[in-house]
Design a binder for this molecule. Sequence first.
Ligand SMILES: *Cc1c(COP(=O)(O)O)cnc(C)c1O
Length: 433
Amino acid sequence: MQVSDLDFDRKYLWHPYTSLRDPLPVYPVASANGCRLRLEDGRELVDGMSSWWCAIHGYNVPELNDAIHEQARKMSHVMFGGITHEPAIELGKRLVKILPKGLDRIFLADSGSVSVEVAMKMAVQYQHAMGFPERQKFLTLRGGYHGDTTAPMSVCDPVTGMHQVFQGFLPEHAFFRRPPGGYATPADPTYEAELADFFEQYACQSAAFIVEPVVQGAGGMHFYNPAYLRVFRRLCDRHGLLLIFDEIATGFGRTGELFVGGGGAGKNLSSKQEANPIPDIMTIGKALTGGYMTLAATVCTHQVADTIGRGEAGVMMHGPTFMGNPLACAVACASIDLLLASPWVGRVESIRSRLAAYLRPAAQSTRVKAVRVLGAIGVVEMHEPVDVAAAQACFVEAGAWIRPFGKLIYLMPPYTITEDDLELLCRAVVKYV
Ligand SMILES: *Cc1c(COP(=O)(O)O)cnc(C)c1O
């Protein structure tokens, strides 16, 4: 790559959450293989991000490459309106097998944000069909992240989601404080009582309660006790609200469970997952295709689907151009097969214990507020916002690809990472803090 290419990029290409007036530096990547990204200048970086929760098997994975090639020879895309195809059906069958029990009605969406849009529209259409057209608000938690399009943004944390800028444009929903932190911190009964009051106040105008179960990701990497999920379920049932779990980040094993939502019909179901409630609607994305293509899904119970079918519209009012894209479905099937055939439970557990051990020294730094680990997610929370450009230069120097945001430096490597590479990532973090 020539310098002029980087100049072109700087001047004309927006990157996620950047300014075109004064963009932060970007690193040109030429290829990626296994758990490493190779820069244009030949340097190799160990991937600590799984390209934002997606690349759970690493990069250039033979099984996934083959799935794409084979499907491309048959057809890369065909409209889903009035047509169906094997990759979509095969993906549907696999999802029904592994998703929480009863979540077997599947809407294939083209990105995580779109799947959340669809989930919210489903909830509104459901309430309309139930005879409650006035139930259009959503209840949610502070500190959440549900995507960047308008409806998801309206349920993102009002501060980090910049609701101020979009005031008047975004619909206004009701926010409650997030549960106290800590997966193993005992549930606080006063939280339940206060949340119950919040439901009393807003439920009659609300369609659903939408949350990221147990791990709030891009809103602050906050972990909370799964016991709160049962509180959410109880309150939704009491007030006739649908419960929506956004598992776009947590799905496909990242927390140590295949999904956080409970009662899964699949094997590999741990007793922990079984104890968790089943939502009415769930969104999945990110790791769905192993990071190869953009694809997401909104899944719901047959009760929700049937009710929408009986409603005034009679149909689910959504249908993107690239719905059910065969290439994406084929690679998603291959990724799920590869995951289930792999010792992923042991891998995630071993990443968890090593993250905990190798990140522990970071807690000694006076700049560090907290270190926490859950499944294959390791988080170092600083007292002050991280200087992203300086931190990244330091990480790249150490041979690590880590992208901090806000006060957070976090690792969520591919499940296939070696012990040495994981240690290199953690050392880079500890050295920086
Ligand atoms: C990433 C994410 C989204 C948005 O997905 P996109 O594919 O980026 O649109 C929504 N919800 C959660 C929990 C996420 O982590």
